[in-house]
Design a protein around this ligand. Structure first.
Ligand SMILES: O=C(O)COP(=O)(O)O
Ligand SMILES: [Mg+2]
Length: 220
């Protein structure tokens, strides 16, 4: 049975408003001005510790504040403004009903990942969840994605994500990548390699099935 692994932030959920709210609360506690949503989106992709580090660099704050700010961010991160992208639930239901095994591989820490999956009603879909702190390394290292597929079993088929980090991860794992264009990518799409590209979840199940039918040699 083919298995599919999804990214989370910017792929299944529009989580940037809550990430920005939490980061700006931490910055306020440091006596600093808030960042715009666009600036925060520019910092999303390599996990929450990296987000804090990028915000510190932006403001010239020393490394010494990293752990305090990270703990504060994890303490105040909520999910009340986070929304599924349209059609996500229907697409996941269709793929699961079609026999695909579904896993999740995100750079978000595992604790908030499980919280947001529950808050958004997505937990039931995923047999395997790998977070940014599940292993010693994060995406774009291929190890978290490979761990997700190994735990899922079945035939690794496709990694579905929104950013250059996901694309590099899939490339390093020698797995095909499906690029969701509605998330938080920081590179023009000409710089990315993908087996399929989509801007709406409405067409994803059919596109995945089409890929399975026309390009079985891309599975490993
Ligand atoms: O936490 C991040 O920075 C990105 O998370 P993602 O891997 O789910 O996109
Ligand atoms: Mg993402």
């Amino acid at each position: 049975m083919p298995s599919l692994v999804f990214d989370l932030d910017g792929t299944l959920i529009d989580s940037a408003p809550d990430i920005a709210a939490a980061l700006n609360q931490v910055l306020k506690d440091e006596g600093l001005a808030p960042l715009s949503l666009a600036q925060v989106i520019g910092f999303i992709g390599n996990g929450i510790p990296a987000l804090i580090a990028k915000a510190r660099t932006h403001y010239g704050l020393s490394d010494a504040r990293q752990e305090v700010m990270l703990a504060a961010m994890l303490g105040c991160y909520r999910h009340d403004q986070t929304r599924l992208y349209p059609g996500v639930r229907e697409a996941l239901s269709s793929l699961k009903a079609g026999g695909y095994r579904l896993g999740l591989c995100t750079n978000k820490n595992l604790g908030p990942t499980h919280e947001v999956l529950a808050a958004c009603g997505l937990a039931e879909f995923f047999e395997v969840v790998i977070g940014g702190d599940s292993l010693a390394v994060k995406k774009p290292d291929s190890a978290p994605l490979q761990a997700a597929f190994a735990a899922l079993g079945g035939t690794p088929f496709l990694y579905i994500g929104d950013s250059e980090v996901d694309e590099e991860t899939a490339r390093r794992a020698a797995l095909p990548f499906a690029f969701f264009t509605g998330g938080y990518c920081h590179l023009p799409e000409e710089r990315l390699t993908f087996a399929l590209k989509f801007d709406s979840f409405a067409g994803l199940p059919e596109a995945v099935r089409g890929l399975a039918f026309t390009a079985p040699e891309t599975s490993v």
